[in-house]
Design a protein around this ligand. Sequence first.
Ligand code: HXC
Ligand code: NAP
Length: 273
Amino acid sequence: MSQQMLPAGTLQDQVAIITGGGTGMGKAMALTFAGLGAKIVVASRKLENLEATVREIEAAGCEALAVATDVRDPAQVANMVARTKERFGGIDILVNNAAGNFVAKSEDLSPNAWNAVVGIVLNGTWYCTQAVAKEMIAQGRGGKMVNIIATYVWNGGPGTAPSAAAKAGVLSLTQSLSVEWARHKIRINAIAPGPVATENTTRQLFGGGDLIEKMSREIPLGRFGEVDEIANAAAYLVSDYANYVTGTCLTVDGGNMLNKGYLKYFDKMPGRQ
Ligand code: HXC
Ligand code: NAP
């Protein structure tokens, strides 16, 4: 289990669905939440990855369920919710973490390529959010949601335009619904991670030679993020310690997004040589 920031029992008996919980940050969040006492449902397409997460959680003496789900399909999302209720009786937490992304020239994107990314990130988040919110409203005990976005929602993502557009839509949903569903005591926040070298992102985005090293030099804190750093941020947002926090986005990127000033050229400026 990962190292925990919050006291043991912080999420005791809370039922948490984590989409994309078989790999990367989703798996780290599943392990962290379980370590804090939550009952975990991991949902994505590849059952073998989900089952591996479940085995790790069960080996630590906690409870977990794997539900094969393509979040682009509302019927599969409905099944995810039904299986969660059947096993654990309700839902307290949803993390919309599932995503698809690749680097491509926008002029070459086929309609299918656009739909593949936007379908997972924006539509998938919406299907899961609405299906879970209906349950939370019916349960009458509130709920917590966290949407994993990316810092390029604020300044665009050249080369990953469909992902940036879809994540910007997810930020907007976070803001709209946090106000609309506050009356139901549902809190909704987002996390914008900076670059994190997970297995899939290393293969699809960062894997080329010394790219990670080069990119790290551009990050004020000098390194990529770790999955546990994102998991701890998410654990805080779904915990009672964040009971007055809703509709916001927590950026966890080592200062990367803000690194736009002239400091890096400082020594080359007139009078500084
Ligand atoms: C151009 C591409 C492409 C590429 C796929 N397509 N890869 N086009 N360049 N590199 C096109 C295909 O040709 C096809 O269009 C369409 O996309 C659908 O492809 P499929 O392989 O059939 O889709 P699918 O099996 O649904 O897979 C979805 C996927 C895949 C997004 C393409 O990469 C995936 O499953 N990813 C999940 C994991 C992942 O991406 N993780 C990274 C998250 S990191 P045609 O027209 O040919 O049919 C992240 C933020 C990073 O999100 C932020 C960094 C700072
Ligand atoms: P990852 O391991 O690839 O996680 C993405 C997950 O989404 C996978 O487990 C995948 O599982 C699942 N998924 C993809 N398509 C799906 C679908 N149609 N239905 C259900 N699940 C689907 O990548 P990660 O780096 O941990 O990313 C986690 C989150 O952080 C994502 O939202 C990503 O956009 C965001 N993010 C990552 C970075 C980074 O640098 N790593 C930076 C900013 C934001 P299956 O293949 O089993 O479906």
